[in-house]
Design a protein around this ligand. Structure first.
Ligand SMILES: *Cc1c(COP(=O)(O)O)cnc(C)c1O
Length: 357
């Protein structure tokens, strides 16, 4: 059973609980030994995902981290380098896995996580004696730490052209590509086209309890299967969890538009609170980045006091709060979160309590 929800949890879209419908689908899943390729539900999930992403094949893996790291291992050799955007998940939040698993170096391009073809050309290293040859790029769409922002189509095509000219392999960290597709009204296949590998998460906006997919050519995915085994990610009757992913793809994809609308509502509400600013232009999907612009307000204290009042979110920079909408956050929850924060901040409860200390 799902634990009863009394709090509004805006920390991440990873906190979603499987719905009753999803649990029923999981309980009814037909299973087999997937390391023999005999799990019908996992096979179905892999075929459907490959189709949606416009790739020859896809592989079910336990986490987005494993999907990204298998891709990077496939696309680099030890001692080579991969170009990523600022604060990209695969180098910042995957516990040093690129160095650990691929023995590759990371070239981080400054900015909001998105970067340009000019930046790429200026930083990719040639295959010369002194250098760590650049062999791949990674693009994160939507960009998590950038605030769930979408890559602009023209910029992306130029970056991909640049990568092609430099002979670099291309990985798409599409943990939230589902959100990108809904927000930009583009197909998943279009957003993933031109990339050698693409990872997508089932356990974020889609609400599945576990799992990610890695898609690419049949040859790359055959090699990825072996790497999954090496990393300990070969699974047996995983159809039982794969069914949750399938259910999410079928039933929770279109509703991501609700999460985006709720995030906009939340952003507007927060923007109206004195001392808090949200860039509406950058509120493009299910993320809200709220900046504390009044120096008299203590960001850490805002997080703590809101949590005491049942509203949970993260501080992601000294003066920045991140609030994420998802399946388990309703429109009314967003209104309530705004009301609670407004009361806390406008009535200066944050300041009052600071002064007492
Ligand atoms: C969540 C996420 C991942 C995968 O993280 P896991 O915790 O391994 O599921 C990868 N990339 C991005 C951008 C993410 O937000």
């Amino acid at each position: 059973m799902t634990a009863k929800r009394t709090h509004i949890d805006l920390r991440s879209d990873t906190v979603t609980q499987p719905t009753a419908g999803m649990r029923a689908a999981m309980a009814a899943a037909v299973t087999g030994d997937d390391t023999y390729g005999e799990d019908p539900t996992t096979n179905q999930l892999q075929e459907i995902t490959a189709d949606l992403l416009g790739k020859e094949a896809a592989l079910y893996v336990p986490s987005g981290t494993m999907a990204n790291q298998i891709a990077i291992k496939l696309l680099t050799n030890p001692g080579e380098s991969i170009v990523v955007g600022a604060q990209s998940h695969n180098w910042m939040f995957e516990a040093g896995a690129i160095g650990f698993i691929s023995s590759a170096q990371v070239i981080v391009l400054p900015g909001d996580g998105r970067y340009t073809a000019e930046q790429l050309r200026a930083s990719a290293l040639p295959d010369q004696e002194f250098f760590s040859k650049t062999s791949a790029i990674s693009v994160e769409n939507t960009h998590n730490m950038g605030g769930g922002v979408l890559w602009e189509e023209g910029t992306l095509q130029q970056v991909l052209n640049g990568a092609d000219e430099l002979g670099l392999a291309k990985h798409l960290d599409g943990a939230r590509l589902w959100n990108a597709a809904v927000a930009s009204r583009a197909s998943l296949a279009k957003l993933a086209s031109r990339f050698d590998t693409v990872s997508v998460c089932l356990s974020k906006g889609l609400g599945a309890p576990v799992g990610s997919m890695l898609a690419g050519s049949a040859d790359l995915i055959r090699k990825a299967r072996k790497l999954r085994r090496i990393l300990g990610g070969g699974m047996r009757q995983c159809g039982i969890v794969a069914a949750g992913g399938l259910y999410g793809i079928e039933n929770h994809r279109a509703r991501l538009a609700d999460d985006h609308a709720n995030a906009k509502r939340l952003a507007q509400g927060l923007n109206a609170i004195p001392g808090i600013e949200v860039d509406m232009e950058r509120t493009q999907t299910n993320f809200v980045m709220a900046h504390v612009v009044d120096d008299a307000l203590d960001t850490v204290e805002i997080v703590q006091m809101a949590a005491q009042r049942g509203v949970h979110f993260l501080q992601v920079a000294p003066k920045t709060l991140r609030l994420v909408t998802h399946l388990d956050v309703s429109r009314a929850d967003c209104e309530r979160a705004v009301a609670i924060l407004d009361e806390m901040i406008t009535n200066r409860q944050v300041l009052e309590s600071s002064r007492k200390q």
